[in-house]
Design a protein around this ligand. Structure first.
Ligand SMILES: NC(=O)c1ccc[n+]([C@@H]2O[C@H](COP(=O)([O-])OP(=O)(O)OC[C@H]3O[C@@H](n4cnc5c(N)ncnc54)[C@H](OP(=O)(O)O)[C@@H]3O)[C@@H](O)[C@H]2O)c1
Length: 381
């Protein structure tokens, strides 16, 4: 295995193509990773593919099928280490070896314990040249939710909020519709479509009666994301769109403290219920909640608030991304904050974030942040 050299221009170019292909599967491939693959011989692309959905062929299989005999002696560019285990499809390493591929270039290693370097070992033993780490930070960024879920067991937590120009998430009376305009609200549906779960606290469920479904996206999802209610005490009765199971599946994450009658009513409504330990203060243990979602195959969970839940995720160090839609409204100091609850009292204790992107959406702005620590860790992959 040799490490990538920064001057391997062709490798970079073809890996970027593989990454772009992989992105096509972002909404449909989970719980599997959205991998892309490009096969190149004599400087020309002879096959390409991406993983569309779990149970269907992996990216490498599509690319090999497209290339046919031209795969012999070719270089395969794969965004994630090829799998070495039999799942619903045969191991990709076997296909690459059988096709006579000469060289395999990988973006990032697969932390899944069934692969974790074994894929590369098998290729190397078959005398295939292997190179790891081409466009590694781009590959790690693209596959961040998958890599995180496989490394920690927890769903990758994207916290989304609409805030006013002065940083408020609701007016003093609790109303929050609408802080942002139609472009920003449409973008939220894209974000939901990329997530396998959409999560709210009990306060938001009671105040807003949200549906939490994906609507009005270019390609409607085959499956709606899991709609998740965090309700430690059983305050939310199974009524309204969140418990209309025609709209999508619903999971209530609760604790043993919840009223048994409410627990039974949730189940009777057709919702799924998961009991996790209680958090020391209020509600459910959020790390346990994210682990429960990870076990259910959720790679990315979109936490849509409200401020009490958002503050608790933040203090728990569980937020992997923040997506803010800053609306052109001012709500004044009586409005609700973005993160409720105690926070730092000095600048020395301030949470540190890195801005990943900023986009104008009509009169609103979309801002995306990652915790500084996570950015540094991803760069090390
Ligand atoms: N602008 C926006 O983007 C946006 C988004 C969402 C909501 N909102 C607004 O926010 C307001 C509602 O927010 P909210 O702060 O009152 O309620 P919330 O954050 O939606 O829900 C808080 C509740 O969630 C439950 N919970 C379960 N586990 C928790 C934990 N570990 N930590 C904290 N809470 C946990 C608790 O209820 P139990 O004690 O029953 O467990 C808690 O009281 C509404 O006015 C809504 O319109 C705005």
């Amino acid at each position: 295995v040799r490490n990538a050299r920064p001057d391997d221009d062709d490798d970079t170019r073809f890996m970027r193509l593989a990454l772009a292909l992989g992105e096509r599967g972002r909404c449909s491939a989970p719980p599997n990773p959205w991998v892309g693959c490009v096969l190149v011989r004599d400087g020309r692309v002879v096959g390409q593919g991406y993983h569309r959905r779990a149970g269907e062929p992996h990216a490498e299989s599509w690319a090999l099928a497209a290339a046919g005999a031209r795969a012999r002696g070719a270089t395969a560019y794969v965004t994630l280490e090829p799998c070495a285990h039999v799942g619903r499809t045969p191991p990709c390493v076997d296909g690459l070896i059988a096709a006579g591929v000469a060289r395999v270039v990988v973006g990032v290693l697969d932390p899944d314990p069934r692969v974790a370097g074994r894929g590369l070992d098998i290729l190397r033993r078959a005398a295939i040249e292997t190179i790891v780490g081409v466009c590694s930070s781009e590959a790690a960024a693209s596959l961040a939710p998958y890599l995180h879920q496989r490394r920690t067991g927890r769903a990758y937590c994207v916290l989304k909020a609409a805030i006013s120009l002065d940083g408020r998430t609701a007016a003093a009376d609790g109303s929050a519709r609408w802080i942002t305009g139609p472009l920003a609200r449409a973008d939220v549906h894209v974000l939901r479509n990329q997530s396998q779960a959409v999560v709210v606290g009990a306060g938001t469920a009671l105040a807003d009666l949200p549906a939490l479904t994906v609507r009005d996206v270019e390609v409607p999802p085959e499956r709606q994301p899991l709609r998740v209610l965090l309700d430690g005490r059983g305050r939310v009765a199974p009524r309204g769109p969140l418990f209309d199971l025609q709209l999508g599946p619903t999971l209530v994450i609760t604790t043993a403290d919840a009223d048994p009658a409410t627990h039974d009513a949730w189940l009777a409504s057709g919702a799924d219920v998961e009991v996790v330990p209680a958090a020391p203060g209020v509600g459910v243990d959020l790390a346990a909640a994210l682990l429960a979602l990870g076990r259910r195959g959720v790679l990315q969970a979109l936490v849509e608030g409200g401020p009490t839940a958002a503050g608790a995720f933040l203090r728990g160090g569980l937020v992997d991304r923040v997506v803010l839609y800053v609306g052109a409204r001012t709500l004044g100091e009586a409005g609700r904050p973005l993160f409720a609850g105690p926070g730092p009292t000095t600048m020395a204790e301030a949470g540190c974030w890195r801005l990943l992107g900023a986009q104008q959406m009509g009169d609103d702005t979309r801002l995306e942040y990652a915790p500084l620590i996570a950015v540094a860790e991803e760069a090390l992959v």
